[in-house]
Ligand binder design. Structure first.
Ligand code: KG4
Ligand code: ZN
Length: 333
């Protein structure tokens, strides 16, 4: 019998994603983003995100099926993000996923959004080695994890952010007069800047925790010190990006060395950052660590990564969720 085809649905923030995975292979996926509608508010407006998911869900599932050359009736299981995320946004994806699973009479699996970010990498680089170290940096999370299996074993939590996460990019971008979302804007502006121009703090709190609020405040103060058109945005962006990439990769590589783990996987929206990628590459190479980073399009939120976890769960024989399963907006890791 052919391995099952799993549909994954993601709607935890401002991206509506659908992806189809069979036996670890991505067959097709599509993403619609309501980012432009939030841009003028400088951040995601939950009600706008929920409505956008409602409009986008059907077309996005249709596009993913078209890309894969499949029909709805070919789907053998449905996986959906149940949290963490915005409640209204999660509700829309879950309701859609339940509808499809019920109509087709196929199992439904609830997926943790961050497990999805980790699994995204398997679609490009194959199964994760056991164990591996995972640095996950998304809008709301920065964590270092020691992972054995996404489908079965508990994940060892080594460190977390004590305050800000990827949104540090978004908040500083605003102070620099750059558009939302700030991460890609800082990355772009940094290309012509000097990463040594501004000596921003590089906070290294104890153990494997992270703290970015001091850096964020220092960057905002620096911007205030250069009113109006005088602000050397490129230098500020390059220096901020360098400080963040330094702290993230320094801790991640140190964790691999201390725990004797030979593979580092860097995932989440901030894994799309060009300096985080290049510095991780440099430092892993120097330390003899194998680095895995998903391709850019799978770093930010998408449905393929949720389908990837669903596929692992189905193949591991995990118990499906009941049809009355609910969302968990603040799901713990
Ligand atoms: O994982 P993600 O798509 O959504 C969440 O689960 O939160 O991460 C979004 C975060 C935002 O803070 C965004 O600014 C950041 O990822 N981001 C980047 C880049 N692309 C997205 N940060 C730095 N450089 C980038 N190129
Ligand atoms: Zn995410």
């Amino acid at each position: 019998m052919a391995p099952p085809i799993v549909l994954g649905i993601e709607s935890s923030c401002d991206e509506t994603g659908a992806g189809l995975v069979r036996d670890g292979v991505l067959l097709g996926h599509a993403v619609a983003s309501s980012m432009d509608e939030h841009a003028r508010y400088g951040g995601v407006v939950p009600e706008i995100a929920s409505r956008a998911h409602l409009h986008a869900l059907r077309p996005v599932v249709g596009q993913a099926l078209d890309e894969a050359g499949l029909r709805l009736s070919d789907i053998d299981a449905v996986a959906v993000t149940t949290g963490p995320g915005l409640s209204g946004a999660l509700q829309v994806g879950l309701a859609g996923a339940k509808g499809i699973a019920y109509a087709l009479g196929v199992p439904l699996h609830g997926v943790h959004h961050l497990a999805g970010h980790v699994a995204a990498d398997t679609l490009e680089h194959g199964p994760l080695p056991n164990p591996c170290m995972v640095l996950i940096v998304s809008g709301g999370h920065t964590s270092l994890l020691r992972v054995r299996s996404l489908a079965r074993d508990p994940i060892a939590h080594l460190g977390d952010t004590l305050d800000d996460a990827g949104e540090c990019f978004d908040k500083v971008a605003r102070a620099f007069g750059l558009p939302y979302p700030g991460g890609p804007a800082i990355d772009q502006a940094a290309r012509t800047g000097d990463p040594r121009a501004v000596d921003f703090p590089r906070p290294l709190p104890g153990s494997y925790d992270f703290s970015f609020s001091g850096l964020k405040t220092a960057a905002a103060r620096w911007a205030e010190g250069h009113p109006g058109r005088e602000l050397p945005v490129a230098n500020g962006a390059a220096s901020l990006q360098e400080a963040i990439a330094d702290v993230l990769t320094r801790k991640a590589v140190a964790a691999c060395v201390e725990h004797g783990v030979g593979t580092l996987v860097v995932v989440g929206g901030v894994a799309a950052n060009s300096r985080v990628r290049s510095l991780a590459e440099e430092r892993c190479q120097a330390a003899g660590i194998n680095l895995r980073v998903p391709p850019l399009k799978l770093c930010t939120d998408n449905g393929a990564m949720i389908a990837a976890v669903g596929d692992l769960l189905v193949r591991a024989g995990a118990e499906p969720a009941p049809l009355n399963v609910s969302i968990d907006p603040s799901a713990p890791l």
